[in-house]
Design a protein around this ligand. Structure first.
Ligand code: DP6
Length: 317
């Protein structure tokens, strides 16, 4: 059977960084995200054919990327037939713009449908999590918490919606420092951090409080409260990265320039807070009213600026 799905990426407002179980991809900390449009991944799956073939942005996947998709499909059915996957992003892949979140959410939805499996969103989220942790939050639109869960098999560690995309009209301005594929993947970066940063324990114990703070801020639409906890979570994560051995250093000179520019904007009364992920790009959380001022202020520092809105859920076409 054939099926096609579309999913938006999400960015973490409170970060996932570190795993308590690598085999099941269970997180060391809970996290909170916002789903972003119009960035999206569109994935078509044909379940049954002559041989596995996985095409990402028009290029056949090989090596580790191919293996990662094959293993993911085996989770759906260990005795599956050969599968054809064709996946396209309308934004840069593997550059710290959360492409793995939309990729595995869209693949989970399209592949299970093509395999004739009907699954509830929570189970799709558990499946997507095993492809890439952040993907478990991209099944829903709007604002999502990824719960730690307590079950040893990971069945309760999945996304839980806080509220949908209609709850709060926000903007995320992406200051694109670089759209090159990053040298250290988020997976390798977080494993190295967990193994070697002396700050990692503090990161883990302080995580749940940040999630509670972000959830309360989202429910009450308090942007200052949300922006403050998002920046704090981001800087704590970066602190664990740069204190790893060897340091996981995604920031470039323009990354720092943008971080300072955002602080300066805020000192002038513009509502703007910054976050980063496993890459040099900075994402700035702001209001629709302040969007133009933020874009204008950041443009001199970076080659490209994107502006994103709160996106909807993953869906089958
Ligand atoms: C910094 O979800 O890409 O973007 O589970 O190993 O595939 P794996 O990692 P991934 O890591 C995302 C890390 C982050 C923070 C976040 O999205 O919460």
């Amino acid at each position: 059977m054939n099926a096609t799905a579309i999913a938006h990426p999400n960015i973490a407002l409170v970060k996932y960084w570190g795993k308590r179980n690598r085999a099941l991809n269970l997180p060391a900390v809970p996290s909170v995200s916002v789903t972003l449009a119009p960035f999206e991944t569109k994935t078509s799956v044909q379940w049954g054919g002559d041989s596995d073939r996985f095409v990402i942005n028009g290029v056949a996947a090989t090596g580790a990327a191919q293996q990662r998709i094959a293993s993911f499909l085996n989770l759906i059915d260990p005795s599956r037939p050969p599968v054809f996957v064709d996946s396209t992003n309308n934004f840069p892949t593997a550059a710290g713009l959360a492409s793995s979140s939309s990729a595995f959410a869209a693949l989970a939805l399209a592949a299970t449908a093509a395999a004739g499996r009907q699954m509830v969103l929570e189970d799709l989220s558990v499946l997507a999590r095993q492809g890439s942790g952040s993907a478990c939050r991209s099944l829903w639109g709007g604002f999502v918490t990824w719960r730690l869960g307590t079950q040893s098999d990971g069945t309760d560690s999945h996304g839980v919606p806080i509220d949908n995309e209609a709850h709060w009209d926000l903007r995320v301005v992406v200051a694109l420092v670089s759209d090159q594929k990053k040298a250290v993947s988020s997976r390798d970066g977080m494993n190295r951090t967990q193994e070697s940063s002396p700050l990692f324990d503090g990161w883990v114990t302080s995580g749940p409080n940040d999630v509670a703070e972000a959830e309360a801020a989202i429910r009450s639409r308090d942007l200052e409260r949300l922006g403050t906890v998002m920046e704090h979570s981001t800087m704590k994560m970066v602190g664990t990265m740069v204190s790893a051995q060897p340091a996981v250093l995604y920031m470039k000179p323009s990354t720092l320039a943008v971080l300072h520019a955002v602080r300066e904007l805020r000192s002038r009364g513009v509502p703007a807070w910054s976050t980063m992920d496993a890459g040099p790009n900075v994402k700035v959380l702001t209001t629709p009213e302040a969007e133009a001022a933020v874009i204008e202020h950041l443009r001199p520092h970076v080659p490209k600026v994107h502006s994103l809105s709160v996106g909807g859920p993953a869906r089958l076409l």
